[in-house]
Design a protein around this ligand. Structure first.
Ligand SMILES: O=C(O)CCC(=O)C(=O)O
Ligand SMILES: [Fe+2]
Length: 278
């Protein structure tokens, strides 16, 4: 018996299970998360961890105007359409190859130096990653491919939402990074949020092979996870949010305003190191 599982279904005439509430699938919002919060996320007994106002609003605003002069590109439009704008290379764009092509490394190098020029001495990514090290209480650093460090910390605009999908490097691009991962988190620090909409929805449901019938482009039909518990995270400016990206997730479309985040993945290795990439 799972005494912790409560059936919160409203029993209507045509009894329909809409959602079962799982108290072990909640959003933990706290100013100073600790290691065990991320461990719970890895273990699947928490849906998301959020640090409200992690980056001060003024720093987010300064970064937004600095990024005005930066060249954004898009994910490979053959894979993500409508196009999603981003600054910096994404490992995702290389999934269809069996390795990371040389263009990735060129793009990474170029993005690192442009980023330095944009942020100057005051690099918000350094702040966020240093904080992650304090929370994790263990080593944190870029994931590597043949010893070369992957790019960490793209700026991504998801104004307009994103289809339900999951991200799991060990399944989608196996054997590419040097590290072995036992869990993967998505991390986003929101530097601009829309006035309305733009929530991150995380479903308590991982991909399984039979879901392939419901594939739509880069994502899946929401009906695949519709019967499962889900959480909704509506970020405010400066919030940092971690979630298990192996769970299906989607971003609700928004009305006015832009939705930008500093985004990377965190892989939990068997050596207790957190490895990062975008
Ligand atoms: O922007 C977000 O809230 C999440 C985006 C996403 O799909 C991810 O970080 O994997
Ligand atoms: Fe994602």
């Amino acid at each position: 018996m799972h005494s912790t599982l409560h059936d919160a279904t409203l029993v209507a005439e045509n009894t329909e299970v809409i959602q079962q509430i799982d108290p072990l699938f909640d959003v933990l919002s706290r100013n100073a998360p600790v290691r065990s919060d991320l461990v719970r996320l890895a273990a699947g007994t928490l849906a998301a961890v959020r640090i409200p106002g992690h980056l001060p609003a003024e720093r987010c605003a300064a970064l937004m105007s600095a990024l005005d002069n930066a060249d954004f590109d898009t994910y490979d439009e053959r894979r993500i359409f409508p196009p999603v704008t981003k600054f910096g290379p994404a490992v995702f764009d290389y999934y269809l190859d069996d390795t990371i092509r040389p263009e990735y490394w060129e793009h990474a190098e170029q993005s690192r130096s442009t980023w330095k020029r944009i942020v100057g001495e005051d690099d918000p990514l350094e702040t966020l990653i240093a904080e992650l090290g304090r929370i994790w209480q263990g080593p944190v650093g870029p994931a590597t491919v043949d010893g070369r460090e992957l790019f960490v910390g793209m700026a991504r605009e998801l104004t307009g939402g994103a289809r339900m999908h999951f991200d799991e490097l060990m399944r989608e691009f196996p054997g590419v990074i040097d590290q072995e991962l036992v869990a993967q988190f998505g991390f986003n620090c929101y530097i601009s949020v829309p006035e309305d909409g733009g929530e991150l929805v995380v479903y308590r449901r991982r991909w399984k092979p039979s879901d392939e019938q419901e594939r739509i482009g880069y994502g899946w039909a929401e009906k695949v996870a519709a019967a499962e518990p889900r959480v909704l995270v509506k970020p405010t400016v400066g919030d940092s949010v971690w979630f298990d990206s192996r769970n299906y997730h989607a971003i609700n479309p928004n009305t006015a305003g832009r939705r930008l985040s500093l985004a990377f993945f965190c892989g939990v290795t068997t050596e207790n190191k957190l490895v990062l990439w975008s």
